[in-house]
Design a protein around this ligand. Structure first.
Ligand SMILES: *[C@@H]1O[C@H](CO)[C@@H](O)[C@H](O)[C@H]1NC(C)=O
Length: 219
């Protein structure tokens, strides 16, 4: 019995150690409006232009709460540019242009899947404020970059499910499995950057690994 409790405690504490988010010790806690990640009242925005980087899938959010957070973060750096809108990319432009489109999938088919799965109604919660500050591993000699995003948890995997449905369609169209991974998905809202946004193609992963500061929800 004692051994059992000991093993249980050890397992629980190991779990905590391994799951714990590592923040920057100097980072403050940032507030975010508690409705910031509720997209249910926000209209879906289509991005379906027939040109490179013109087609992708996003869940659209209200900008105002992210603008408030942006201003707080920019107060500490003063160098940030804002996109002027807030969204979560679900299918990236390169995924569409390089992988899905060549397999014969249209952006309209992708949007139909997104609508069927009520993309705007996804339940999300903030994980942390993510930051990258440094030179890129892919372009180490081109100077520094600064980037902030809100890392998001797709609470019930509703956005992931959309990617999984797209993956099924992709396989039906004879797409090569190795080229599209539904789970290679780190939902986030880009907040601001000094030079440009950074992506997986730049070597930047926006999961809990990217966490810089805690976020607390403001009621
Ligand atoms: C960020 O802060 C700087 C310095 O205060 C300011 O000049 C700039 O306009 C701010 N950026 C935005 C997008 O508000």
């Amino acid at each position: 019995m004692k051994l059992f409790i000991l093993v249980l405690l050890a397992t629980l504490s190991f779990g905590r150690i391994f799951n714990e988010i590592i923040y920057d010790p100097s980072a403050p806690t940032y507030p975010l409006d508690m409705w910031a990640l509720d997209g249910s009242q926000v209209p879906f925005t289509s991005h379906s232009e027939d040109k490179p980087f013109g087609s992708y899938l996003q869940m659209t959010l209200d900008f105002q709460p992210f603008h408030e957070l942006f201003q707080q973060v920019n107060q500490t750096t003063g160098t940030l540019k804002s996109r002027g809108e807030a969204h979560i990319t679900v299918i990236t432009p390169p995924e569409f242009d390089r992988i899905l489109k060549p397999a014969g999938i249209t952006i309209q088919e992708i949007e139909a899947i997104a609508h069927r799965h009520r993309i705007q109604q996804a339940w999300l919660r903030p994980v942390c404020l993510g930051r990258f500050k440094g030179t890129l591993p892919t372009k180490p000699d081109q100077g520094g970059f600064l980037l902030y995003s809100v890392v998001v948890k797709d609470t019930f995997n509703q956005l992931l499910r959309i990617r999984q449905e797209i993956y099924k369609l992709y396989r039906k169209r004879q797409g090569q499995g190795a080229l599209f991974e539904a789970e290679a998905f780190w939902p986030h809202v880009t907040l601001g950057f000094d030079r440009r946004d950074l992506f997986i193609e730049d070597g930047i992963y926006k999961g809990t690994n990217y966490c810089f500061a805690p976020i607390k929800m403001n009621v």
